[in-house]
Each structure stands twice: as structure tokens, then as C-alpha cells.
Design a protein around this ligand. Structure first.
Ligand SMILES: Cc1ncc(COP(=O)(O)O)c(C=O)c1O
Length: 399
């Protein structure tokens, strides 16, 4: 057997990307699978952004750029942070990477070490824990129960902090729950975090997909946290640009500088043409962002109504952001169909793929094995068919 690096040998593939790959494989084999698994908008990238990319190509912007992003894009990001989050950053406090994921991996690897602990409130996006573990630090999960709307309880946060704790990852609106933290809840968390020396990381990639008004920012509510705070964001979800791979981090220049050194050694600059497209995305008219969010809202209504009619699916909290529903399916555990017994979220997702030809993601890797994640970043027509199929499949389950 080939001996791999110890950390890589333990690394699992991303559960969400694996589910999406499986659905694509089945479709390529001619099976009509509906994907409710992917974390990407089904909309096309707006035309004005594509036009900016064509212009950049025509002008010959095809060479290496500054490793941490071109100055014009950093300026556009500074203006965006001011416009949307009321946060001020200098250019040397910003790094542009190949997606938010790479920005997060760079920063996490720059900040944390063997023996450190990083708090991740759960359910959480599958990659946070993998990135923390790759840095050598240990993940400290803090469960946020469904009964509290999946919100982090300030007292539970306090209890989780030890002398080894060096960071916390927050994500509002949340993937996978759709939970959004409001001002009062952030104020409470800020009060506790201010008494600590933790690095506070805020993943804001779903900020514009919010159904109850603008999403407040922790570092705006408590500016003192900004000194040990890192903002992560991306163009992927807001502008339907998942494939372009542009994301960024903003934070103290020492950390951003370290992340830049890491990026310079392990990948280099983000795609040059995509950076020019990103300037247009951030600085041009923002109407399509609102239009996409409105369509997600209509889909959310459809999805919530349909989920609540399926026996064995429970959805106590209506998601208030992002484009995911995260129903509890534990009432189905113990039931079987075609010799397959349901035991956890992953087995329910596998059953739905097999019986309903609908691809979802089991909750196990989100640290929530009683749940499955359904993405409604797909047309209402497909969603309707998907739920018709799920309803029929669930009827086949028995003792
Ligand atoms: C919470 C969260 N952060 C970051 C990302 C990655 O975004 P990007 O495409 O910019 O790497 C995702 C993608 O699903 C996400 O759900």
C-alpha cells in the first residue's frame, strides 16, 4: 500500500461534492436524476459579468497577476465591504483567492497549529472541519440544537472555550441550516468573544440570500472584534459564479500577508480573467442579485410547504437565508424498503437517490445525522417533480 501523508490519508472527499458527482455520473448513464445536492445557484452568470471577462481576454489579461489579486479588484472588494457591511479595510488587508474555500484554507493554515483548538458550531458546512484538521488544530464542535433554531447558545460557547482554543468559525446565513443570526444574537456572542483571545472567522458567502432583510455583520456590531476577525466572502453564490473561482478574505495585514505567502507557494494568483469579471460583478448594477434572491424566496415557500407534507420529515424552522432546507428525518429510522434499512441521514439520502432518483446530501458530515440537506437552487418545476417523487418513495417504506 502506498504511504500517504498522515493528514491526507485521513481526509474524506467533500460529502456535498461527492453527492453531486454521483448524481452527474448517474445522469451520464442516462438515469433521470434530479439534483437537490449542489451548493450552487442554477442561474447563469449575468451577461454584464461575462462581457467584462470577454473584454479582459480581448485586452490580453492572460498573464500572472499579483499573487493576492489585482489592485483594482482589491479596491472593488474594499468598496463592497463598505457598501454591504459598513466595514473599512485597506488593500493590504485583503487577499483574493480561487474561491472562498481557498481563502479560508490559506488563513486557517496560517493561523492555527498542532495543539490548538478551533470551535465550529454545528450543523456546519462539511469543509470547515477538514480545513481545521489539515492545519494540525483540533476541531471542537459545539452542537446548536434544532430546538433553538440551530443558533449558537452563548453559554455553550463559553463552556467550550479552553486555554487551547484559538479560533471560532461562524457562518450566517448558514450552510446547511439556513439560519441567520440577528443583531441581538450577535451582540450576545460578541460580548463573550470580546473577553477571549479567539480569532473570529465570519463566512458570509450567503449574505445576499436572506429573506428577512439585510444580514447584520458581527464586526460592524462590535468593531473591537475586527482586530482579531477575518471576513470570508465569495462571488460564487451572490453572482452565480461558482465555476469562476473568485473569493476573498479580509483581516489584519499580518494574517493576510501570511495567507498570501502560502498562496504564492502553493498555487499563485487567482484566474486573471475571472478577476476582471469580479470587478464588474462587485461594482456594476446589483439588480440581478435581488432578483435571484426573490426567486430563491419563492422556491423556499414551495420547498417548506412540500417538506411539511411528507410523513417522517420534520421542519420546525423555516430557513431564513441561503438556499437549503435541513429537515429532520429521524422518524424514518428503522423503516425499510427493498431490504434497505434507514438508520441515519446518509442512509435516507442513499434511499432517495435509489428509489426517487433525487439526489440530496445526508446530514452525517454536517454533524447532524438526523437530517438531510436539500438545496433549492434549482427550478420550481424540477423541485415539484422531485417532491412528487420523494412522496412516492417514502410511501414504499415499511417496518
Ligand atoms: C459556507 C460556505 N463557505 C464557502 C463556500 C465555498 O465558496 P467558493 O465557491 O467561493 O469556494 C461554500 C460553498 O458551498 C459554502 O457553503
Amino acid at each position: 500500500m502506498i504511504k500517504l501523508n498522515r493528514k491526507i490519508a485521513r481526509l474524506k472527499p467533500s460529502a456535498t461534492l461527492a453527492a453531486d458527482a454521483r448524481a452527474k455520473e448517474l445522469r451520464a448513464a442516462g438515469i433521470d436524476v434530479i439534483s437537490l445536492d449542489a451548493g450552487e445557484p442554477d442561474f447563469d452568470t449575468p451577461e454584464r459579468i461575462k462581457a467584462a471577462a470577454r473584454k479582459a481576454l480581448a485586452e490580453g489579461h492572460t498573464k500572472y497577476t499579483a499573487v493576492s489579486g489585482i489592485p483594482e479588484l482589491k479596491n472593488a472588494i474594499r468598496s463592497k465591504l463598505k457598501r454591504d457591511n459598513q466595514l473599512d479595510y485597506d488593500a493590504n488587508e485583503i487577499i483574493v483567492s480561487a474561491g472562498c474555500k481557498q481563502a479560508e484554507a490559506n488563513v486557517i493554515n496560517s493561523l492555527f497549529d498542532d495543539g490548538d483548538e478551533v470551535i465550529i458550531p454545528t450543523p456546519a458546512w462539511v469543509s470547515f472541519s477538514a480545513m481545521v484538521e489539515l492545519s494540525g488544530a483540533q476541531v471542537k464542535y459545539v452542537p446548536c440544537p434544532e430546538s433553538t433554531g440551530f443558533l449558537l447558545d452563548p453559554e455553550a460557547l463559553k463552556r467550550a472555550i479552553t486555554p487551547h482554543t484559538r479560533g471560532i468559525m461562524l457562518n450566517s446565513p448558514s450552510n446547511p441550516t439556513g439560519t441567520v443570526y440577528h443583531t441581538g444574537q450577535l451582540t450576545e456572542l460578541a460580548r463573550i468573544l470580546l473577553e477571549t483571545d479567539l480569532w473570529v472567522m465570519s463566512d458570509d458567502v450567503y449574505e445576499h440570500i436572506s429573506y428577512d432583510g439585510p444580514v447584520p455583520h458581527l464586526f460592524h456590531i462590535e468593531p473591537q472584534l475586527r482586530g482579531k476577525g477575518i471576513v470570508f466572502n465569495s462571488l460564487s453564490k451572490t453572482y452565480a459564479m461558482t465555476g469562476w473561482r473568485v473569493g476573498f478574505a479580509a483581516g489584519p495585514k499580518e494574517v493576510i500577508g501570511a495567507a498570501g505567502r502560502l498562496q504564492s507557494q502553493n498555487s499563485g494568483n487567482p484566474n486573471s480573467v475571472a478577476q476582471f469579471a469580479a470587478i464588474e460583478a462587485l461594482t456594476g448594477p446589483q439588480d440581478e442579485v435581488k432578483k435571484m434572491a426573490e426567486e430563491f424566496r419563492a422556491r423556499r415557500e414551495l420547498v417548506v410547504e412540500r417538506i411539511r407534507k411528507i410523513p417522517g420529515f420534520r421542519l420546525p424552522n423555516v430557513p431564513s437565508g441561503a438556499f437549503y432546507a435541513f429537515p429532520n428525518v429521524s422518524e424514518l429510522f428503522g423503516l425499510s424498503a427493498a431490504g434497505r434499512k434507514l438508520t441515519d441521514g446518509d442512509s435516507v439520502a442513499a434511499f432517495l437517490l435509489e428509489e426517487a432518483k433525487v439526489s440530496t446530501v445526508g446530514g452525517n458530515d454536517f454533524n447532524a445525522p438526523d437530517h438531510i440537506r436539500l438545496s433549492y437552487a434549482t427550478s420550481r418545476e424540477k423541485l415539484t417533480t422531485a417532491f412528487d417523487r420523494i412522496e412516492q418513495a417514502v410511501k414504499k417504506l415499511g417496518k
